[in-house]
Design a protein around this ligand. Structure first.
Ligand code: PBG
Length: 324
């Protein structure tokens, strides 16, 4: 049947029709809100390149948790700014490290909030790379042990889920083994399985002070030109025991999200990263776009591509908009 017998506009007549046939919906319960935690007391620092995002001290976290929960955003992911950095990133697994303190505070003050932790060394190394260096190169196998220790220290502090973002080979298996060996077999791993070497991370690196001091991350993060390789990376992480597969960034990689959705039955997460957020914020501040509408359309497109879960700096704004 074609025009004039068939008229697609019949089903777009009003909001009742449109709502009836809507294929994709956003849900605050599937958004994860990133939090940057810094040392000190009573601190709340604005991040210049990410309007509306703050670095906060541990004592502010209960308030952050309350705001999220009130909006129906039940999950946060933590990033830490340690007091000091060193060559091996030892602050990442310190018993009283910034993230370990943050987890304990959140689980104490808001036990119903799901606390996910980013497992990586770049915020803790003085050179800013995601692993430890041997002969000026990031050494994969030496890094694995430190990552496993880090994930374990997060679980011991009470983290509900760990999310390795370092892109070392074999890290999911290593982390799974360490967790299981110490009685944390119920803590899932959300793997940054497909993480591209992206310029969209720029504002985050300011926020978390983790830009590499020499070179770049192309020796471990993926080449933006590759999509078959994404399937291989994801397959390895599934085999190693990942519970959720993540694609990062999101909007420039919707094709990858869609591919993973077709190929795997695990939940898929997408990280709408700092640069993607900053571009929308900047254009909205200039009055060039309607910020709320572009936000909603963007997050919807990530969901439509096949992501179940979206990590986004817009989590609270989106949840507010969904509430109406
Ligand atoms: C740590 C990490 C990064 C991001 C999340 N975890 C930075 C990077 O890989 O350089 C980026 C998140 C964002 O841009 O919002 N490795």
């Amino acid at each position: 049947m074609v025009f004039p017998e068939y008229r697609p506009r019949r089903m777009r007549k009003n909001e009742a029709f449109r709502g009836l046939i809507r294929e994709t919906r956003l849900d605050a319960a599937q958004l994860i809100h990133p939090l940057f935690v810094m040392p000190g007391k009573n601190k709340r620092e604005a991040i210049g390149s990410m309007p509306g995002v703050f670095r906060v001290s541990v004592d502010q976290l209960a308030q952050e948790a309350r705001e999220c929960l009130d909006l129906g955003v039940n999950s946060v992911i933590l990033f830490g700014l340690p007091e000091k950095k060193d060559a091996m990133g030892s602050g990442a697994h310190a018993k009283n490290g910034i993230i370990q303190q943050a987890i304990r505070e959140l689980k104490n003050k808001a036990p119903e909030l799901m606390v996910v932790t980013d497992v990586c060394l770049c915020e803790y190394t003085d050179h800013g790379h995601c692993g430890c260096l041997i002969n000026n190169a990031v050494d994969n196998d030496a890094t694995l042990e430190i990552l496993a220790k880090t994930a374990l220290s997060h679980a011991e502090a009470g983290a509900d889920m760990v999310a390795p973002s370092d892109m070392m080979d074999g890290r999911v298996a290593e982390i799974r083994a360490a967790l299981d060996e110490h009685g944390h077999e119920t803590v899932p791993i959300m793997s940054y399985a497909v993480k591209y070497a992206s310029a969209f991370y720029g504002p985050f690196r300011d926020a978390a002070d983790c830009a590499p001091q020499f070179g770049d991350r192309r020796g471990y993060q993926m080449d933006p030109a590759n999509s078959r390789e994404a399937l291989r990376e994801a397959t390895l992480d599934v085999d190693e025991g990942a519970d959720i597969l993540m694609v990062k960034p999101a909007v420039a990689y919707l094709d990858i999200i869609s591919k993973l959705r077709d190929e795997f039955d695990l939940p898929i997460a997408a990280y709408h990263v700092s640069g993607e957020y900053a571009m929308i914020k900047a254009a909205a501040e200039k009055g060039w776009i309607d910020g709320d509408k572009v936000m909603a359309e963007t997050l919807l497109s990530i969901k439509r591509a096949g992501a179940d879960i979206i990590i986004t700096y817009f989590a609270k704004d989106m949840a507010r908009l969904l509430r109406g």
